[in-house]
Write a protein that binds this ligand. Structure first.
Ligand code: PGA
Length: 250
């Protein structure tokens, strides 16, 4: 099945008012891109970015699994939507590691976000120790099985609104990238898990690659079977770096 590529930027804890020009520059390029494009920004910038770039997909980087409540410092799906966000990342390895987020928590976050109407980019990926031990595919497959939204949230429309981002932890921000053969092996295995979970609809879920994607390697990565786009960190902060990646997805 032909899936339209998605190229999403993750600004992490970067970005102030002075950086909104980067968002508008990306949004202009997105108008003529042959792929879906989004930027997942710090919560403080979401509303201003939506005003600066109307119609362009702005997302959050995390969401709480509860609708509301006594959760100091957290953000709900309704708050993200209220600010104008259309999507959110869940389960990024930096949160899984630093905030100790489990697969079960990530799954609950994905279900809450999808039910509220946000599209979701759900991240999974192995450590270098797991990769070196030859257990990357089995470990990441199990992580996907345990993190995937199910139940009501997994029904209508979800395959189109859910993307999986395979991000080897050792490739994030390091300049290291797996071989295209390793990416192909992992994405094929994940496609199998998605079809096992959702039936034929699992074929519509996009599987992004993330970890040191830049203009110089994007085209090669996008050409790999079952790579349906990218989640880009460092190279998404400047439109001059990010737009060529978007163009490589054409
Ligand atoms: P990177 O980050 O592109 O800077 O490696 C990717 C990510 O963490 O989503």
């Amino acid at each position: 099945m032909a899936r339209r590529k998605l190229v999403a930027g993750n600004w992490k804890m970067h970005g102030l008012a002075g950086d909104l020009g980067e968002v508008t520059a990306v949004s202009l390029a997105a108008e003529t891109a042959g792929a879906d494009v989004a930027l997942c920004l710090p919560a403080t910038l979401i509303e201003r970015a939506v005003r600066a770039a109307p119609g362009f997909a702005i997302g959050g980087q995390d969401v709480h699994s509860a609708d509301k409540g006594a959760h100091t410092g957290c953000i709900s799906a309704a708050m993200l939507i209220d600010a104008g966000a259309r999507l959110t990342i869940v389960g990024h390895s930096e949160r899984r590691e630093a905030q100790g987020e489990s697969d079960a928590e990530v799954k609950a976050k994905a279900e809450t976000a999808l039910s509220a109407g946000l599209d979701v980019i759900l991240c999974i990926g192995e450590s270098d120790a797991v990769r070196e031990a030859g257990r990357a595919v089995e470990t990441v497959s199990a992580q996907l099985d345990a993190s995937l939204p199910h139940g009501a949230a997994a029904s209508t429309g979800v395959p189109d609104r859910l993307a999986i981002a395979y991000e080897p932890i050792w490739a994030i921000g390091t300049g290291k990238v797996p071989s295209t053969a390793d990416i192909a092996e992992m994405h094929a295995a994940l496609r199998g898990r998605l079809v096992a979970a959702y039936g034929e609809a699992g074929d519509a879920v996009r599987i992004l690659y993330g970890g040191s994607v830049k203009a110089s390697n994007a085209a090669e990565i996008f050409a790999v079977a079952d790579v349906d786009g990218a989640l880009v960190g460092g190279a998404s902060l400047k439109s001059a770096d990010f737009v060529p990646i978007v163009e490589a997805a054409r």
